[in-house]
Design a protein around this ligand. Structure first.
Ligand code: NAD
Length: 346
């Protein structure tokens, strides 16, 4: 039996997590159970915190976590961002984001089929670059500073995760950086990625500066297979790639550490459409499939890996039909109807 912890989150989170658990239940035939706990605005109202201690205690007890998006931008000052707290608290250092274009859904002239592996625990994020205190500060009212933290340890471990993914695909890995300007921080990242890649005989490494990478994703997406990059570059490039592949609502994503994996949609809590039943649940459904695949490999459980493959195929089959798509990708279906179509395709 596999036990998943479900944290619905804010905005469209409850709607898309309900769709996702329905699909996972159908694909796994009852071999997965779900424990649900409140985070975000729901737990703030109930217990005074956007991330109760009981949730942090429950995460390592579960086999994996399905995390809905959170509206942390509008949380009261001092309330934790559950997404960042899980990433740093459990050292979920690799944010793995596949982006694959689908016929009739993408504006690209060439097909895209790539995986972005983004460092997840440091970089230019004020809530994860310091041991104590925020990584942003204002010495006076008209000057503001951000600290960008890059370490050899974090660079090495995300490079290793990316090399393993590249070795299992075409063997082609691209490191995206800005070492021409950020000579010390991105220079260190580049040094560590080169050293780790050299340990993988079937992996060839090429190097692209981030601004060129942003353009090449549009002009020549087929030149990329696996990309490894630092936190903020990966955040921005993966949204770009996901939207180019069809919609921000389409790409799956996991946050993976050595022992814990959290499935999390690529997009945010979409407060503009929350509660309307129109959100596209594909991103979280595919994220959950990636979690099942991650678990299947770790537990040598072929049934979980098989369920992951079947969910991906069922989503593809449904999305192939323009009449079976949600509104963001030009279709007529609501969130529940789309999820039921995926269950039907399974
Ligand atoms: P967003 O990703 O929530 O929304 C951007 C646009 O995409 C909106 O128009 C939204 O309606 C649309 N969209 C997003 N997901 C969709 C889906 N599944 N189906 C259909 N349309 C979808 O980004 P935002 O508006 O900049 O941020 C809203 C909140 O989400 C903020 O509080 C932000 O901090 C938070 N956020 C959370 C995460 C996370 O939890 N991982 C990530 C990004 C942003």
């Amino acid at each position: 039996m596999t036990r998943l912890l479900v944290l619905p989150g804010d905005g469209i989170g409850p709607e898309i997590t309900a769709s996702t658990t329905a699909v996972v239940r159908a694909a796994t035939g009852g071999s997965v159970t779900f424990d649900e706990m409140a985070i975000g605005e729901a737990s703030l109202a109930a217990s005074g915190s956007t991330l109760p201690d009981a949730v942090m205690a429950a995460v390592p007890q579960a086999d994996g976590v399905i995390l809905g998006p959170v509206s942390h931008y509008t949380y009261p000052a001092g309330q934790p961002n559950p997404s960042a707290a899980l990433r740093t608290g459990f050292q979920l250092y690799a944010n793995v984001r596949p982006c694959r274009s689908r016929e009739g859904l993408s504006i690209l002239r060439q097909p895209m089929d790539l995986v972005i592996v983004r460092e997840n625990t440091e970089g230019f994020y004020a809530d994860r670059s310091m041991y104590a205190g925020p990584g942003e500060f204002m010495p006076d009212a008209d000057s503001a500073f951000s600290i960008r933290k890059i370490t050899a340890l974090a660079s090495r471990r995300v490079a290793r995760a990316a090399c393993e993914i590249a070795a299992a695909r075409s063997g082609k890995l691209t490191v995206v950086h800005k070492a021409n300007v950020l000579k010390l921080t991105d220079g260190l990242f580049l040094r560590e990625v080169r050293a780790v890649a050299a340990e993988f005989p079937t992996v060839t490494l090429d190097e692209v500066i981030v601004d060129a990478a942003a353009a090449l994703l549009v002009r020549d997406p087929a030149r990329f297979d696996v990309i490894v990059t630092t936190n903020m570059f990966g955040d921005i490039l993966s949204d770009e790639a996901s939207e180019l592949s069809g919609s921000l609502g389409l790409g799956g994503s996991i946050n993976a550490g050595d022992d814990i994996c959290v499935a999390q949609a690529q997009h945010g809590s979409a407060p503009d459409i929350a509660g309307k039943g129109v959100a596209n649940p594909t991103s979280l459904i595919l994220s959950a499939a990636m979690l099942l695949d991650w678990l299947g490999r770790r537990k040598s459980d072929a049934a979980l890996a098989d369920a992951a493959t079947r969910i991906e195929r069922a989503v593809d089959r449904v999305l192939d039909d323009p009449q079976m798509r949600t509104r963001d990708v030009g279709g007529p279906l609501g969130t529940d109807a789309f999820a039921q179509a995926v269950v039907g395709a399974l």
